[in-house]
Design a binder for this molecule. Structure first.
Ligand SMILES: Cc1cc2nc3c(=O)[nH]c(=O)nc-3n(C[C@H](O)[C@H](O)[C@H](O)COP(=O)(O)OP(=O)(O)OC[C@H]3O[C@@H](n4cnc5c(N)ncnc54)[C@H](O)[C@@H]3O)c2cc1C
Length: 344
């Protein structure tokens, strides 16, 4: 694993950092509808300045840069505390999957629109009885002329309420072994028969949704890959989702840790700064170690991808480790502030 950057990569980082300083996204609106408009405007601004689709081919609106530069982009966005990109599903999954498996027509139709946030994408994989065991999915699609007719239900579909397109996994051959009879469709979320119901979470957010499909017609030309060959495409999607996101996450965790250290230095505990508490110091040290673990794991899997060409399963391990690590980390400010944390 080579941890140094080339002069070109260092130039890329400096150029991006300077651009972000000159073009800060501004404060994020609290209400989700306003946030969606803000998120679209921010992503379009990035796209117009050449900062979207860093490693995508220039012919499809990307920058044509390297995977390392894509990772530097993720790091710098986290360092500058920029908002989550609204079209995350399109940028991290939909686009890379189209580039790998889409027809030329599909690429021409969607890739630039994904980058410019003209089309928001969502991921219709999970179902009420198909989560970890995704291949158990039951949403059916039956060919009728040139269209598939889709019936079924998806759940946990992030941003479905605002999405224009859905990466939809459907069962097209119920008689085949369960991994073999699945097809990957691109469904227009504005089609008749699509109903989206937001799921309200305990914190009031409602960015997850249930999505119901009742006799929804999806043109056959919207199949990605082959009919009944969708499992392979789904795996490509998930590998890409996790491949470079760890670079944002490791830096996000480092940025959060810096905030926690600041807080611990000034928050009083028994008449002394909280940071002098031995137990808290141990928690902070553990968080620092774990944020380094995730950083070097990200570098290791990037090295492997650069040698092997495609992202491997390391991204899934990183995602699992990061989710557990981040939960532990977020308990630290609660421990520092105690009951005051409830007021924020
Ligand atoms: C932030 C977030 C965003 C998401 N966005 C999307 C989205 O946009 N689109 C989408 O399709 N999905 C989305 N999901 C859904 C996610 O992919 C599913 O939650 C995931 O696949 C797990 O499925 P489940 O929730 O049904 O849990 P289950 O599969 O029911 O698992 C529940 C628990 O049982 C355990 N378990 C399951 N099977 C076994 C077994 N055989 N042996 C032992 N233990 C087992 C699991 O480890 C887990 O602890 C999102 C989830 C999160 C957290």
């Amino acid at each position: 694993m080579d941890l140094s950057y080339s002069p070109q990569e260092e130039r890329f980082r400096a150029e991006l950092r300077a651009w972000l300083e000159q073009h800060p996204p501004g404060p994020e609106p609290e209400h989700i509808d306003a946030w969606v408009a803000y998120g679209k405007a921010w992503q379009r601004h990035l796209y117009e300045a050449g900062w979207c689709g860093i490693a995508w081919p220039q012919a499809y609106g990307g920058r044509g840069a390297t995977l390392i530069e894509q990772c530097i982009f993720q790091e710098e966005m986290a360092r500058a505390r920029t908002p989550l990109l609204i079209n995350l599903a399109g940028l991290t999954m939909g686009g890379p999957v189209l580039i790998a498996h889409g027809t030329e027509e599909q690429k021409q139709r969607h890739l630039k629109a994904i980058l410019a946030a003209d089309e928001i994408w969502c991921q219709g994989f999970s179902e009420p009885n198909a989560g970890s065991d995704l291949a158990a999915l039951k949403t059916r699609a039956v060919l009728d002329g040139d269209d598939f007719v889709v019936n079924g239900q998806k759940v946990w579909t992030s941003f479905a309420r605002y999405a224009d397109w859905c990466m939809l996994l459907v069962r097209t051959n119920p008689d085949a072994p369960k991994h073999k009879g699945i097809t990957f469709l691109l469904a227009d979320m504005h089609s008749p028969g699509v109903t989206v119901r937001p799921l309200k979470q305990i914190n009031g957010d409602d960015d997850f949704n249930e999505v119901f499909f009742e006799d929804v017609r999806v043109p056959r030309q919207n199949v990605i890959g082959t009919i009944d060959g969708g499992w392979e495409i789904a795996i490509t999607t998930l590998m890409h989702e996790r491949a470079t996101l760890t670079f944002s996450r490791q830096l996000q965790s480092r940025v959060a840790l810096t905030d926690m250290l600041k807080l611990a230095r000034h928050w009083p505990r028994n008449g002394r700064p909280a940071i002098e508490d031995a137990l808290l110091r141990q928690q902070l040290a553990q968080a620092l170690i774990e944020s380094d673990v995730i950083k070097y794991t990200a570098y290791r899997s990037l090295t492997k991808t650069l040698r092997g060409g495609v992202p491997g399963p390391e991204g899934s391990m990183e995602k699992l480790f990061w989710s557990e690590m981040y939960q532990r980390m977020l308990e630290i400010p609660l421990a520092i502030e105690g009951p005051y944390a409830q007021l924020v």
